[in-house]
Design a protein around this ligand. Structure first.
Ligand code: ZN
Ligand code: ZN
Length: 407
């Protein structure tokens, strides 16, 4: 891929993605196989007047070794210096860039029981720091191709061809055109228009049906507010948390989901795939799950904590979205969630509550915003999906017909 185009992409992530502020610190999380692109990101961040840029390198092969040789207690212990670092981030509020490139099935075979137990141990210590930073930061998830990932998406091709094809797919879906920043301004305006209409309806619940057997009703928060594209944090800084993004989304009301839903794409959870699955809800809670592949993993996912079995997001994405029309199955949530309607199990987003800026996180949760250590999107959209909105004034308004917007 041409360097000038990659440079545009790096600039887009820094300017439009996290919108680095003058004098702000920047944190980049990336895999070890991406030195070239990360160098561009760091350069662009300094050009945007970042004070200090720090890169946290990850190498999945090391993760495997740590999980194999460390005890649960060691893995789950948060050392004093790690807590000090969390405190530092609460004080400095760096812009965070998460760069994804790893094999969606690359941690297959690791001891998930150990990983889950360690996470359950460390989470209560880390959570207060996370809560303090919630909606204060700018963050952005974007992707670059890794070899194993490219081979998974384009099997049977030479590595170099697969890499080139995955680059093309990533850059086109990320709208890296002649003028990507302008393309994103237009795209953000478009998504906002959709959200404005949805917000005007006063939706109380959504009813999903599809010919695969999906029949699910999900209740909405009284002050629920649809969001899409650009977000604004509590400090008034606009940023794009996902590149790409095609969704209008909202956090539903905890405790109000009834029926069954069938996943239409595989889910990569902690480096392992769950495929061909369904989830049945009663009183908002996932009470029964089945999967053709990875059922144990799915079971352990919804048992991570109390909120992991409740919904945290309802997102609407038409089958006619550019990512969906590419016909590519990415095995990566960042892309696949933008090719189909999806739900998320786990934590909801406080910023999908009207006036959240003047409320505490506790107040948002008391209204019915779900809280959990997980937030896992899974795809449910398909060509036969119909969605109706049941509104506060008693009207039923069609939102989706045959997988696309009904308005
Ligand atoms: Zn989403
Ligand atoms: Zn999500």
């Amino acid at each position: 891929m041409k360097k000038t185009i990659l440079r545009e992409y790096a600039r887009l992530i820094v300017r439009c993605g996290v919108n680095v502020q003058k004098g702000q610190d920047v944190l980049i999380y990336a895999d070890l196989d991406q030195p070239e692109f990360v160098k561009m990101l760091v350069d662009e961040a300094y050009k945007a007047k970042a004070r200090k840029v720090t890169v946290e390198w990850d190498y999945p092969e090391l993760t495997k070794l740590h999980v194999r040789y460390q005890s649960v207690k060691t893995m789950g212990t948060v050392e004093a210096w790690q807590e000090a670092r969390q405190e530092h981030y609460c004080q400095t509020l760096p812009a965070r860039i998460h760069l994804e490139s790893s094999d969606p099935d690359g941690l297959k075979g690791i001891n998930m029981d150990k990983v889950s137990k360690a996470r359950q141990m460390s989470y209560p210590i880390l959570k207060p720091y996370q809560d303090r930073r919630e909606n204060q930061e700018q963050w952005c998830i974007a992707a670059v191709p890794g070899e194993a990932w490219a081979k998974k998406v384009f099997p049977g091709m030479r590595t170099s061809t697969a890499m080139e094809k995955l680059w093309e797919a990533i850059l086109s879906t990320a709208r890296v055109t002649d003028d990507p920043v302008k393309a994103w301004e237009e795209h953000n305006a478009d998504l906002k228009k959709r959200c404005d209409y949805l917000n005007s309806l006063g939706i109380r619940s959504l009813h999903y049906t599809a010919d695969n057997g999906t029949d699910l009703t999900v209740g909405m928060l009284e002050r629920g507010h649809w969001q899409g594209g650009q977000d604004v944090n509590r400090r008034g800084i606009a940023y794009n948390p996902n590149i790409p993004t095609e969704e209008c989304f909202i956090s539903p009301k905890k405790g109000e989901a009834e029926g069954i839903v069938y996943a239409t794409k595989p889910l990569s959870y902690r480096g392992q795939l769950i495929e061909g699955f369904s989830v049945r809800f009663e009183n908002g809670k996932a009470v029964e799950v089945h999967a053709e592949k990875g059922e144990d993993l799915l079971q352990s996912m919804i048992a991570m904590d109390e909120g992991a079995a409740y919904l945290g997001e309802c997102a609407l994405v038409p089958q006619k979205s550019p990512i969906s029309e590419s016909g590519i199955l990415f095995y990566n949530t960042l892309f696949d969630e933008n090719a189909a309607c999806h739900l998320a199990l786990g934590a909801g987003y406080a910023d999908t509550i009207e006036g959240y800026q003047s409320m505490t996180l506790e107040e948002c949760r008391a209204m019915g915003l779900n809280d959990s250590m997980i937030h896992e999107d899974f795809m449910i959209g398909c060509d036969t999906m119909n969605i109706d909105a049941i509104c506060a004034d008693g009207r039923t308004v069609p939102i989706f017909r045959n997988g696309n917007w009904a308005f």
